[in-house]
Design a binder for this molecule. Sequence first.
Ligand SMILES: CC(=O)N[C@H]1[C@@H](OP(=O)(O)OP(=O)(O)OC[C@H]2O[C@@H](n3ccc(=O)[nH]c3=O)[C@H](O)[C@@H]2O)O[C@H](CO)[C@H](O)[C@@H]1O
Length: 672
Amino acid sequence: LVQGGGGTGGGSWQQQQKQQQHQHQRQHQRRWQTTFQSDVDCPQAFNRARWLDGSERVELAYKLTGVATLALDQQSDMIYYAIASESMKNLVSLHISHVINIGALGGFVYWLDDKTGVERITVNGDRRSAKLQRLSQFTGIRDVWTPKAKVLAVSTSAPQFSLHSSEGSEKALVCDGTTNCDHVHVDADCCKRPGDFQCLINTTPLNDATNDLSRPIFNARPSSLSAKPSQNPPKKPAKPLKKSLFDDDLEDDYLSCFLSKPKPPEQKPKSSLFDDDDLDLDFKYIFDKASGHSEEAEQHQKLLNFDIGSSSSGRYLPVRFRMAPPTVLVTGGAGYIGSHTVLEMLNAGYNVICVDNLCNAYSSGAKLPEALSRVQEITGKKVHFYRADITDRDQVRAIFQEHKIDMVCHFAALKAVGESCRIPLQYYHNNMTGTNVLLEAMADNNVFKFVYSSSATVYGEPKFLPVTEEHPTGNCTSPYGKTKYFTEEILKDLCKSDKRWAVVSLRYFNPVGAHISGRIGEDPNGEPNNLMPYIAQVAVGRRASLNVYGSDFPTKDGTGVRDYIHIVDLAEGHVKALDKLRNIAETGFFAYNLGTGVGYSVLDMVHGFEKASGKKIAYVLVDRRSGDVATCYADATLAEKKLGWKAYRGIDKMCEDTWRWQSQNPNGYANK
Ligand SMILES: CC(=O)N[C@H]1[C@@H](OP(=O)(O)OP(=O)(O)OC[C@H]2O[C@@H](n3ccc(=O)[nH]c3=O)[C@H](O)[C@@H]2O)O[C@H](CO)[C@H](O)[C@@H]1O
C-alpha cells in the first residue's frame, strides 16, 4: 500500500478531471463516427474514429457478429453500448487505445462483461483480464480501503456504487476521485481528506461477487455525506500525480493487495508485438476459442497486422489491428474523375489496380499513363495499370485471374453528350456492354461490391429542386444520359436477383477543379464540351472566348445554374462509398447524389475564375444549347447521412485549383 498523500496534488487531480470531462464533451460535440474494418470470415475488427455524424456507428457495430477480437481506436460510449449488444456474443477480446474517460469505461466493462464473453481487455496498451479490471481502474472510485475485510468487488455507475466484503468488516473508506484524495489509505480511523467518506459495506460474504454486481447494497452520493475535515496535515511530501491510472505503480500495489497477486516486474516496451510470447499465447487462445480449430487460428494469426503507437510513459504500447487493405479494380482510372479518385483511394490505404483503354487519357507511351504516373509521384504509392478495354471479355477476365480483387469502382465510359447523339451505338456498346462484361467477370470471381459512376443526368429535367434521390429517373434526352440510366436499372435488377451484390451508384452533379498539387486535372481531348475546362482554356489563352449558352433562362442572371462540385470532394465520396461497402454486410442497390446543394450560374463561374486567375475571361452570350435546363442542383443530405460524406470545397477553391492546374499545364498532360 502506498501511504500518505499530497494535499497539493488534489487540485491537479480535479483539474485533470475537468480537463478530461471537457475533452470528452468536445468529442461528443464533434460527434464521432466510426468505421469498423473487418474482412469477411475474419474474427477481428478494427474501429477507426472519424469526425462525422454519429448515427451509423451503432448500426456498424451491430454488424460485427462474427468478431472475437475488436480493437477500438477511441473511446466512445455509443460504441460500447453497441458492442455490448446481443450480436457481440462472440467477443472475447477487446483492445481500446486513447482511453480518456476511465469512469465511463467502468460502467461499460461491467455491462460488456455481462453481455459478451470478454475475457481479455487492453486499455491504452495495458493488458489485463476483465476480472482485474472490475476491481480497479474501470471505476470512478479511486481508492477503497478496509482495515480487515478483503473487498471482493467494487461496482460503480455514478452516483451509485456497491461494495462487497468477504469478511466481517463494517466500513470502508472510499475516495471517489472527485475529491482531493489520490491515494490508498492505511489507517481507517478517520478520513484523510475533505472529500473522503466512510461507508457501510455488505458484511455477508459472497460466494461469487462477480455475479452479484447488480445488487447495490450501498447507494449514496459521496457529497451527500458529511465529510470530516482533515485533522492532520499530511506528513509525507506530496508525490507527483500521475497522468493516468495506467501510468501508476500504485495500481499494481493496490491490486496485489486485494488479489494477493505479486506485482509484475516492470516491462520494457517491445519493439514488436511478435517478440511478446505472452501476447502470442493470448492470440492463440482467442483464436482457438473463436474458431475451435488451432490450424485456423494460426492462419488468422498470420493475417493479423499491427500498428504500434507510442505512449507518453513509454511503458505501454497502444496497439491497433490493421486488416489487410482491400484491392480495388478501377476502370477508367486514367481519366479525370478516375485519376483523382485513385489518388484519394491510395491515400486512404486501398490497393489500386487500374484499367483504361486510354481513349480519353494522355499517355507518352510510358508504362503508366501520365495522370497515373503523377498520382504515384504525389502519393508515393504504387498503381498497377493495365491498358485494356472493358468490352474485351478475355482481357477483363485475365485481370481478375491475376489479382485477388475485392471491389470494383467503375468509371470507364464515353461521356460527351453531343457525340452520343451522333454515334449512339458506340455509346451503348462501350458504356453498357462494357459494364455487363465487367459485372459478369466480377460474379465469376465472387466479387460483388461495386461502385458505379453515375450522373445527375439520370434525373432528366428536374421536376423539383433540390433534386433528391427520390426524384424520378429515366427522362434522359441523350444516348449518353440513357446509358447511365439503363445501367442503373441493370444494377437494380442484378441486386434483386442475387442478394450477394452490394452496389453504390454515385450520381455526380458537375465535377470541376483539380488536385491541390496542380499536377493532375481535367484534360479534355479537343474542344471542351463542359464549362469549366472551357473557361480555363480561355484564361490560359488557348481559346479566344467562351460561348455562354443562353442568357434568357429564368435564373438570377439569365444563364444556366448548376451544382458544381470539387473533384477532390467527389473523389472522397468514392472512398466513403468503398468504406461503406467494405465495412458493412448490407447488400442491395444504393444511389447517392454527390453535389454541394448550391447552384452557381455560368456568369458566377466566369467571375469566380477571373478572381482566382487574375485574368479577364472574354465571353459571348449566344443561344441556348439544345437539351440544357435552366437550373439543377442537388440535395446531397442522403450521402451525408449514409456515407458520412459532405462536399467541403466552395467555388473559390474550385476556381483556384483549376487555375493552378491549367496555368502549370497550359496544354494539359502533353505539356509535360
Ligand atoms: C444535359 C447534359 O449535357 N448534361 C451533362 C453535362 O452537364 P452540364 O450541361 O450541366 O455541364 P456543362 O459543363 O456542359 O454545362 C454547365 C453550364 O455551362 C453552360 N455552358 C457550358 C459550356 C460552354 O461552353 N458554355 C456554357 O455556357 C451550359 O449551358 C450549362 O448551363 O456535363 C456533365 C459533366 O460535367 C454531365 O456529363 C452531364 O450529364
